[in-house]
Design a protein around this ligand. Structure first.
Ligand code: FMN
Length: 155
């Protein structure tokens, strides 16, 4: 229990990175398969978004496992410029039933991209910074990547 009377027992971490030069869709699908294979039995949920060569991922679960996992992911040669955006505790998961949801804007039709933008917008409007700072940062980066890509291109 913390001082707000909320039991924050889920650890979350969000990062962004850039896909290695020439990474193909089928190689990304291999990553997702590996992710689901590990995350499911380890009670890790989250979402991996890929657009314009950038990955943004939210990982959530037990702290020791999330930290062990990101240390491994960070060293993966299939991406670089790994940068943690936020980490911290929450009382509720963002992706309760997703072992590792994967959204690739490259494969998506325009309408679906608009849908994700609106989902991100809604999440930004409703998520409380006090209780869910890390998911807020996650959605903020998704929103920025999808709508203001020049900012991301200049990184
Ligand atoms: C962008 C990205 C996201 C990844 N996400 C996960 C993940 O959520 N869970 C996971 O187990 N592996 C993930 N991986 C793969 C790991 O880096 C690692 O290759 C995989 O877990 C197999 O590791 P091992 O066989 O050496 O234990 C990700 C890799 C990349 C490049």
């Amino acid at each position: 229990m913390n001082s707000y009377g909320i039991n924050k027992n889920v650890f979350q971490l969000t990062y962004r990175s850039r896909a290695a030069e020439g990474l193909t869709t089928s190689q990304i699908m291999e990553i997702v398969d590996e992710a689901v294979g590990f995350n499911n039995p380890h009670d890790i949920t989250g979402c991996l978004v890929f657009d314009q060569g950038f990955f943004i991922q939210l990982l959530e679960g037990e702290k020791a496992i999330v930290e062990q996992l990101y240390t491994k992911i960070k060293k993966d040669k299939r991406h670089f410029q790994f940068e943690i955006l936020s980490k911290g505790w929450t009382s509720e998961r963002q992706f309760k039933s997703w072992d590792m949801g994967y959204i690739s804007m490259e494969d998506y039709a325009l309408g679906e991209k608009a849908e994700l933008v609106s989902k991100a917008r809604k999440a930004l409007d409703t998520i409380s910074t006090k209780n869910d700072f890390t998911p807020k940062v996650f959605w903020y980066n998704i929103y920025t990547l999808l709508t203001a890509s020049k900012f991301y291109k200049n990184l």
